[in-house]
Design a protein around this ligand. Structure first.
Ligand code: PLP
Length: 382
């Protein structure tokens, strides 16, 4: 865009909403390199749910720059968006195929998760019609009871897969139900079952395709499950799947959720705050209003529980979280319109973690990160 001398000078800070998510791409790259060094096999970063809230497209571009092997998304729409944004690397859609989506997968060169002989047949027929060979990853259920052919029925499924002419079996995988637990009994059982299924390749003297089963919990705890490729999600974003796990890969959070003070007032003793009048100070307090709410993914269950950071000090959220605003009690301290607020993240001295927010809201860090709404702009630190 051409700039004229009489154009007003407007910085990005003045046009973008005060409430924003900042993602540090350098930290994401370091996390990826640490995981890569730790596992020593192929890596498929999992970027479902807007890359765990970090922004699907920019994060995918970063992994393409880092020459990672594969990307994983949950739904075909995410895969199509990445193709439309010019991402060329292999992409696997982890969710099932619904209705007549198969042509979309083929048109956009997205690998399909197949979990029944029926689906394989449909994929094969569509591939023949479109004259495009389908890439599939066979999904085996080894003890999650969610998606996939049961391990005890896998042989028939695998034989069928290798008999369809228009299907290229590029991978075979399973998923752990409890790999973040300190008790690995079920995880080891799942791995044993999966290895049992993979015996098929020895028996038939077929070269195995890419074999993968490990998510973040298993990457941290069970190196023998790495196989040909691992599928880390939350770990790449610097968050551990459970805070009880040994941090065998030292990753750092890359996301800071910021806002600004937009209003200051004194609330007199006895005057209640917000919808439902759930907080009533018994003395005069100073309070500030922050433009973030449950419509942004700042959960209503954080009402009267969470803290935010202003000038590195933590202050409580008072009253119910509204759709677009919260009120924070700063007692006798001062804060001015435009002062920085950290909702999630660190300022170098103090921090509020995804685990903290999850604890206050009664959920897990995954749900905190994936719920930061797309109406919150993402800003990338290169
Ligand atoms: C979400 C998901 C992952 C990544 O899980 P994390 O716990 O975030 O590492 C891996 N594989 C599948 C099939 C998934 O659905």
């Amino acid at each position: 865009m051409k700039k004229h001398s009489n154009d007003p000078v407007i910085s990005i800070d003045e046009i973008v909403r005060p409430t924003r998510v900042e993602v540090d791409l350098k930290i994401l790259a370091e996390n990826f390199n640490k995981v890569r060094k730790h596992v020593g096999c192929k890596i498929m970063p999992i970027l479902k749910a807007n890359a765990y809230g970090h922004g699907l497209v920019r994060v995918a571009q970063l992994y393409e720059e880092l020459k990672t092997d594969y990307l994983g998304v949950a739904v075909v729409e995410e895969g199509i968006l990445l193709r439309e944004m010019g991402i060329k690397m292999p992409i696997l859609v982890l969710g099932g195929v619904w209705g007549n989506q198969i042509p979309l997968f083929l048109k956009h060169n997205l690998a399909i998760t197949a979990s029944s002989i029926d689906k394989l047949k449909q994929i094969d027929d569509t591939s023949a019609q479109m004259k495009i060979k389908a890439k599939v990853h066979l999904k085996i259920d080894t003890g999650m009871e969610r998606l996939g052919v049961h391990h005890y029925n896998a042989e028939k499924f695998l034989d069928a897969a290798y008999n369809f002419k228009n299907i290229m079996v590029e991978g075979i995988y399973s998923h752990f139900a409890n790999s973040e637990s300190s008790d690995l009994t079920h995880t080891l059982l799942q791995l044993e079952r999966f290895n049992g299924v993979l015996e098929f390749y020895n028996k038939r003297s077929i070269n195995p395709p890419i074999r993968h089963i490990s998510n973040s919990g298993a990457i941290l705890q069970l190196p023998e499950a790495n196989l040909d490729m691992v599928r880390p999600g939350i770990l790449l974003f610097g968050v551990y799947p459970s805070d009880k796990l040994k941090k065998t890969v030292p990753v750092e959070p890359a996301l800071t959720w910021r806002s600004l003070v937009v209003y200051f007032k004194v609330i007199k003793a006895g005057n209640a705050v917000g919808y439902g009048l759930t907080y009533k100070p018994d003395h005069n307090i100073r309070a500030v209003t922050i433009p973030v709410g449950y419509g942004d993914g700042y959960f209503r269950s954080l009402s009267n529980k969470a803290v935010v950071m202003i000038h590195s000090k933590k202050y409580p959220v008072i009253g119910n979280v509204s759709m677009d605003q919260i009120v924070v009690n700063i007692e006798n301290d001062s804060a001015y319109n435009g002062d920085e607020v950290i909702l999630l993240g660190s300022d170098g001295k103090n921090s509020i973690t995804a685990e903290d927010l999850a604890g206050w809201a009664g959920t897990i860090p995954y749900e905190i990160l994936t719920n930061i709404n797309t109406r919150v702009p993402r800003i990338y630190l290169e």
